[in-house]
Ligand binder design. Structure first.
Ligand SMILES: Nc1ncnc2c1ncn2[C@@H]1O[C@H](COP(=O)(O)OP(=O)(O)O)[C@@H](O)[C@H]1O
Ligand SMILES: [Mg+2]
Length: 270
């Protein structure tokens, strides 16, 4: 394993490994200590979710993750009355449970959720730190041990799905991007088991393909795809087939674009 230099990287077996690219671990710790909500922005597969699970484990906090989607409404987070054996009982949603119990509540891709979710988040993300439950009339004060973390991918944004400034301005924010080359090689090697010398050309190719983003491809190769590619090679697949399956097919469905990407791959991975 690569020699790790930042104190973020002191990993023990039950802490998911995370290689930082800057001061994000310190910032998370400070936000946690001062009870500030945190927003992580960046492209898909660049380490946001891994960062949150790493930090929660490091700080010994329970973590509850909700993957937001366009059907997710406030009630899915707060809770609802359900019929149980003839009775109607209130059942807490994941956000309410996290506010009651403390710990990190992570709303992944929060912009995807329905608009009423922002209404629920607002009183939780200012100095009130309360979660009002309209349906039960309850108002839960978040304990010091509660932290809200949300993420979104600014690249995906359209006018209908932007995070409103009034929401954005309630969070301390960290911008994520793909790791610098050396760190990305280390991550992919550690995650896949493939040695760094064999990972390096894959990272070169990914960086090359990322530079083409915007022409015919929407999103660049993520670190996640690089890890998949390296896993396939580590399991015995040829570099050519693994690159095709994990770094080209996931990027585009257009046959001409695919052919062009294969040519780039052949040029980079001789
Ligand atoms: N800084 C990092 N340290 C360790 N692993 C990373 C890092 N960045 C990305 N990864 C790897 O990439 C994968 C995808 O990252 P993830 O956190 O799920 O991305 P995101 O949430 O930004 O879409 C992880 O499972 C991990 O294998
Ligand atoms: Mg994620």
């Amino acid at each position: 394993m690569t020699k790790l230099t930042n104190r973020c990287e002191q990993v023990s077996l039950d802490i998911p490994p995370y290689i930082p690219s800057g001061e994000e671990c310190r910032l998370f710790e400070m936000a946690w200590m001062r009870q500030l909500p945190l927003l992580l922005k960046g492209p898909t597969g660049c380490g946001k979710t891994r960062f949150v699970s790493h930090m929660a484990a490091r700080l010994g906090l329970p973590l509850s993750t909700v993957s937001c989607h366009d059907d997710l409404a406030a009630a899915d987070l707060t809770g609802r009355y359900l019929l149980k054996g003839g009775d109607t009982v209130w059942v807490d949603g994941p956000l309410t449970r996290a506010v009651r119990d403390g710990g990190v509540c992570y709303l992944d891709e929060v912009v995807e959720a329905r608009k009423d979710v922002a209404v629920v988040l607002h009183p939780l993300t200012d100095d009130r730190r309360i979660l009002p439950l309209d349906r039960t009339g309850e108002e839960i004060a978040a304990p010091p041990g509660f932290m809200l973390v949300v993420s979104y991918n600014p690249g995906y944004q359209n006018i209908l799905k932007a995070l409103k400034p009034s929401t954005k301005q309630r969070f301390v924010s960290i911008e994520f991007d793909f790791l610098p080359k050396a760190q990305e090689i280390a991550v992919v090697s550690v995650e896949s088991g493939l040695d760094e010398a064999r990972v390096a050309p894959l990272v070169d190719l990914a960086r090359r393909l990322r530079s083409l983003r915007g022409h015919d491809i929407e999103e660049g190769v993520s670190t996640r795809l690089l890890v998949y590619c390296a896993c396939l090679i580590d399991s015995g697949m040829s570099v050519k087939d693994a690159v095709r399956a994990a770094m080209i097919e996931p990027l585009t469905d257009d046959p001409d674009v695919k052919t062009a990407l294969v040519e780039v791959a052949n040029a980079v991975i001789a």
